[in-house]
Design a protein around this ligand. Structure first.
Ligand code: SF4
Ligand code: SF4
Length: 380
């Protein structure tokens, strides 16, 4: 698994999305000294190539000067780790100055839109859509590649066709995300998508994707197909992320992933103390993450998808139960649904192509929709 360090310059965010679980108005903003500490920390930590993802909160709140200093510090200071960068932002604070700095490092950007303007603004707050699209134009003009995460909620699932068509017609690639129960909200389940609904949505989007091959990219579907084809996880949700992914919060605290940032019980150490792997492994958070791995080995042992699912995301599994391991990722139902669908179709196509070899009559097939194999073989 690749080594991934998420940098969270702040948990602050100018937006107020209804189902957000990761913003905190009073959050401080990371000081450039913390980036210097990150460089020192990682210099002897391990040698593998590293990807840094700036995440939040809203990472652009750190401002142009922060990135102007931070990027060369990381790129040159950790040259031996061949750093790659990515950034997840709502784009509201994007300026031509910031875009030019990010373009120098060819940083791919992930942003968020929930579909057409009305729906996005309903879920993410009035004016969200226009502010994001303004930033999108600036980023595109600077030559930056932008893709969008679309959060499906218990409300927006009713408009799944409109949402898919919106992304298709506007030439936007998408990664879908199911709204999770927010552990920081008074009504945690209000927007959450049930695992059953999420499973059906994945199957629906698989069909839409195949019908529209070459016109849109749905990244989750690509990865799910690749997982089945290669028999191993290709994204963090479907591998053992523990020990290979870390997040550094605004004050330099180290966590297992950006999703835990700001939750004191998940702090593993601080970059200013230059902790080695041994030191981090003594923290409760580290032990908890590895306990999850053992739990998956025991509880998913009989599951035929275990090699490329690995119990899903530990955050999804543990956050709602207050750091207790009471089950695997609740999206298990959805994962089983889509993995079965992909596997069944694959087997059918495989058998079908064998039968064709014996067929006496040729000619083009009536049903010209590409099969699942075309996604499995796609280069990611
Ligand atoms: S906790 Fe979940 S989101 Fe975070 S790295 Fe692990 S699988 Fe990915
Ligand atoms: S699909 Fe469910 S049972 Fe199977 S490995 Fe994933 S989480 Fe475990």
């Amino acid at each position: 698994m690749a080594f991934h360090v998420m940098l969270i310059p702040t948990l602050g965010c100018p937006s107020k999305c209804s189902y957000c679980w990761s913003s905190d108005e009073k959050s401080p903003v990371m000081n450039i000294e913390t980036i210097k500490d990150v460089v020192k920390w990682l210099t002897d930590f391990r040698d593998d190539p590293v990807t840094f993802t700036f995440h939040g909160g809203e990472p652009l709140l750190a401002g142009a000067d922060f990135y102007r200093e931070a990027l060369p510090l990381l790129a040159e200071g950790l040259d031996h780790m061949k750093p790659a960068f990515a950034l997840q932002t709502n784009l509201w604070k994007m300026t031509p100055e910031l875009a030019a700095i990010l373009a120098e490092y060819d940083i791919p950007i992930g942003s968020s839109l929930d579909g057409p303007e009305e729906l996005t603004d309903l879920q993410r707050g009035k004016g969200y859509y226009k502010k994001t699209m303004r930033g999108y134009e600036i980023a595109r003009n600077a030559g930056l590649k932008v893709s969008f995460i679309c959060t499906f909620t218990s409300h927006s699932i009713k408009y799944k066709e409109d949402i898919f068509n919106f992304f298709l017609e506007n030439g936007l690639n998408l990664k879908l995300h199911p709204a999770l129960p927010s552990i920081r909200s008074e009504n945690p389940g209000k927007w959450a998508l049930s695992p059953q609904e999420y499973g059906e949505l994945l199957v629906y989007l698989l069909d839409k994707y195949l019908e529209n091959m070459g016109r849109i990219e749905i990244m989750n579907i690509d990865h799910l197909c690749k997982c089945v084809f290669t028999n191993r996880g290709t994204v963090c949700t479907f591998v053992d992320c523990m020990g290979d992914t870390f997040a550094v919060g605004p004050d330099g605290s180290i966590y297992p992933c950006y999703r835990f940032v700001g939750l004191p019980e998940y702090v593993m150490g601080n970059v200013r103390d230059n902790p080695g792997r041994e030191d981090l492994s003594r923290s409760d958070a580290w032990k908890l993450m590895f306990h999850f791995k053992e739990y998956v080995d025991q509880n998913c042992g009989e599951c035929k998808y275990i090699k490329f699912c690995r119990g899903g995301c530990p955050y999804n599994a543990m956050a709602p139960t207050d750091c207790k391991i009471r089950g695997v990722d609740p999206h298990c139902i959805a994962y089983k649904r889509i993995f079965k669908e992909i596997t069944d179709r694959w087997e059918k196509e495989f058998l079908g192509s064998g039968m064709e070899m014996f067929a006496l009559q040729g000619g083009p097939k009536k049903d010209s929709k590409p099969g699942i194999m075309s996604l499995m073989l796609k280069r990611l």
